[in-house]
Ligand binder design. Structure first.
Ligand SMILES: O=C(O)c1ccccc1N[C@@H]1O[C@H](COP(=O)(O)O)[C@@H](O)[C@H]1O
Length: 208
């Protein structure tokens, strides 16, 4: 994935951040560091226990966290403070379901506590596109430069999404899998080609 040009790889720890369950994520993070790969592992979880999250980041030495849960502001403040107290350098990518009520003040508060938001369905891994109305409404109050777009992206639709919304990053899972549920090398390569093509303005000249 690093060779193809992927900049992040999500390591799923969706329902558990217990240390024994994280051995593989830790090993993968070690391998990317040992080989000096230009790809950042991201620990992806729905777990909301701040102490467990802090321990999991320290154990795996992963520096990116994807919180695929709708956190309360007080929960985020607690997490932010706890990570600081432990000297954790972890960046946070927080789920925002664009169908929920959003206003600029709430978003500004969020963006003081996290690095990016990921626009996706709350469930995650659905393979379904978000409605364009809900995305447009969300981007009226969220700077696209702080947004990962997700939800049903694949090589066939991602260029249009990049052109239309100009997000910081795009994220996909289902769109890279073959019929047996494994990552398909051709789909991986095609997705990157489509993203790079759209980013360079080769497919469609105007952004937004
Ligand atoms: O894939 C899952 O099972 C999953 C479960 C819970 C939260 C997130 C999950 N996956 C993440 O969802 C986005 C979008 O996925 P898709 O392209 O729509 O399949 C992506 O970050 C997945 O890693």
């Amino acid at each position: 994935m690093a060779e193809l040009g992927y900049e992040f790889v999500g390591l799923h720890a969706i329902t558990s951040l217990e240390i024994p369950d994280l051995a593989q994520a830790r090993r993968l993070a070690e391998l990317t560091a040992e080989h000096g790969l230009a790809i950042s592992p991201v620990l992806l979880t729905k777990v909301v226990d701040v102490a467990q999250i802090t321990r999991a980041l320290a154990y795996t030495r992963i520096n990116w966290l994807q919180l695929h849960h709708q956190w309360s502001m007080s929960g985020l403040v607690e997490l932010h403070n706890e990570l600081r107290r432990h000297g954790s350098p972890a960046g946070i990518i927080l789920l925002v379901d664009p169908t929920t009520a959003l206003d600029r003040r709430l978003v500004d508060e969020l963006l003081h506590l996290v690095d990016f938001v990921i626009l996706d369905h709350s469930a995650g891994g659905t393979g379904r596109l978000l409605s364009s109305d809900s995305v447009r409404r969300a981007l009226e109050v969220i700077d696209p430069g702080r947004v990962f777009m997700a939800g049903g992206l694949d090589a066939g639709n991602v260029a249009e999404i990049v052109r239309r919304y100009n997000p910081y990053a795009v994220d996909t899972q289902s769109g890279l899998l073959n019929s047996t549920g494994k990552q398909d090398p051709e789909k991986l390569a095609a997705f990157i080609r489509a993203v790079r093509g759209a980013s360079a303005g080769e497919l469609l000249p105007e952004k937004r």
